[in-house]
Design a protein around this ligand. Structure first.
Ligand SMILES: C[S@@+](CC[C@H](N)C(=O)[O-])C[C@H]1O[C@@H](n2cnc3c(N)ncnc32)[C@H](O)[C@@H]1O
Length: 339
């Protein structure tokens, strides 16, 4: 699975992060870097303009404006995880792990720091961060899914602790006790009220001048699979809602951070490119990443039908490397006031 073809925020990324991005660059490698930057930036600006035209710009998360928000009736369940899904995530989450490493580079995590990984899943990224902070530092990894925390616990060591816990309730941790808090591919699983509590809690547990970083799905630039899947579901007469993530726009992310008192350093959309062997690999990844929520509103028969139709649609995206899909994430880095 190859990852990352983004140049949008390269100017603002630290050099190490830019190099990491370049190492993973795949499908747009043939596009001159300056041209790629211009294309991606133009797309982001266009998406922001569209978002403003739709009257959503600056609306605080949870404001419930617009028909899309009004129609949103689904909830994400934390009760659908299974041992198989948790293991599949542990062995098939290179995408999240690789963009997570980029997030950590961008945050500038360094030796000796106290770090909180919120929604750590099976703990792959937390273990990587434990290497960076070394024995003088520490990483605490929390996740609400006990099956995933069980796997993360196997990676525990002197400077890496794991626990079951949720982003919205960090009461287990003292005020001003961490240098860095991050959420990698987590925030879009929280509804608007939960997001606000999570970011407020992160602000509380961070030391003055402490850093918050997160990667999260972009609503203005959705995953390339989304419109294809929506069409397949519509053709079957099924709604496309299901238990799908609650994505935000760049402007909504900025509003969310400001509301909690954060000073935003970077809020940008990054475009990543993935290649998959076939539709089953894509569906397996979606199932394990969503801890069982993806397409969970369908019957087994409907799921089989969706798989068949998706397989046909996705063949149009096949390249010599596999089925090529673009994925867009908002990367946000912010800090609390203080020294
Ligand atoms: C796609 S996984 C990302 C896991 C990990 N951060 C990584 O980079 O591999 C999403 C994770 O978000 C977690 N999650 C869902 N709701 C959450 C909440 N309310 N608080 C904290 N984590 C949550 C899930 O349990 C799941 O492990």
């Amino acid at each position: 699975m190859s990852v990352l073809a983004s140049a949008v925020p390269a100017r603002r990324l630290p050099r190490a992060a830019t190099l990491l991005a370049a190492q993973h660059q795949s499908s747009i490698a043939a596009v001159p870097r300056a041209a790629a930057i211009a294309i991606c930036r133009a797309r982001v600006l266009a998406a922001r303009a569209a978002s403003r035209r739709a009257g959503r710009a600056g609306a605080p998360p949870g404001a419930g404006t617009g028909p899309a928000r009004a129609a949103r009736m689904t909830t994400i369940s934390l009760s659908l995880d299974t041992p198989e899904l948790a293991q599949a995530y542990e062995h098939g989450s290179d995408r999240q792990f690789n963009h997570g490493k980029l997030l950590i580079e961008t945050l500038g995590v360094r030796r000796g720091q106290r770090v909180l990984d919120v929604g750590a899943g099976t703990g792959r990224l937390a273990a990587h961060v434990a290497e960076i902070v070394g024995p003088e530092g520490s990483v605490t990894a929390i996740d609400p899914l006990p099956l995933r925390v069980d796997i993360a616990r196997q990676k525990a060591r002197v400077n890496l602790a794991t626990a079951v816990g949720r982003a919205e309730d960090l009461s287990a941790f003292a005020t001003k006790s961490f240098d860095v808090v991050y959420l990698n591919s987590v925030l879009h699983w929280l509804n608007d009220a939960q997001k606000q509590r999570a970011i407020a809690e992160a602000a509380r547990v961070l030391k003055p001048g402490g850093k918050l970083g997160f990667s999260t799905g972009s609503r203005e630039k959705p995953h390339q699979l989304e419109p294809i899947q929506r069409k397949v579901l519509a053709d079957l007469g099924r709604d496309a809602q299901g238990n799908r993530p609650y994505k935000l726009t760049v402007d909504e992310v900025r509003a969310l951070l400001e509301r909690a008192g954060f000073i935003a350093d970077t809020v940008e959309i990054l475009t990543f490119v993935d290649h998959a062997a076939d539709v089953d690999e894509i569906l397996k990844h979606s199932g394990s990443s969503s801890f069982g929520n993806h397409l969970s509103h369908l019957t087994p028969e409907e799921k089989r039908e969706v798989r068949e139709r998706l397989a046909k649609e996705l063949e149009a995206l096949r390249t010599p490397q596999g089925i090529r899909l673009e994925r867009n994430l908002i990367f946000a880095i912010a800090h609390t006031a203080g020294n």
